[in-house]
Design a protein around this ligand. Sequence first.
Ligand SMILES: [Zn+2]
Length: 181
Amino acid sequence: MNPFLKKVQEALAARGYDPGPIDGRDGPKTRKAVTAFQQDSGLDPDGQVGTLTENRLFTEQLSRISFDGDGSTAHFARAEFACDCGGAYCDGFPAEMNLELLLKLEALRNALNVPVMITSGVRCPQRNAEVGGVPQSQHLFGQAADCYAPGIPIATVAAIAESLGLLAIRYEAEGFVHLAV
Ligand SMILES: [Zn+2]
């Protein structure tokens, strides 16, 4: 069972397509539903859920929490996720933030009911190397964000993030949690 595929199946069903059982397993019905969705959305109908298809599938969910259409959400400004090289190596967004991650950060923020402070969002390769990130860090692709919530234990933030389906790595001593999709 693939949790991501299960979410894809849920999103397809919510849009009126029939992916078969919502079980996180690949099969002809799910492929057919993905292909039909791609055809209706003007995407290459290859039956594979790549980045474009993923973004299109989950965009409607994101738009419910987006308030100004520039990539900012209700509680996070787009700039909070910019690469912090300060313009030394990139323009701040060598990659866009993953929509599903933004959606879940909003859900996390709402569950905690306190501000969630982003300490690292997108990183360009040079900045990633400078801060000691692993070579294939998810920060390079907008698929990870480091954060903390003032007054709330790292363990609590991590546990709630995991309940939302995020991958959480606890950095207790450093005082932040790495969250990724
Ligand atoms: Zn940079």
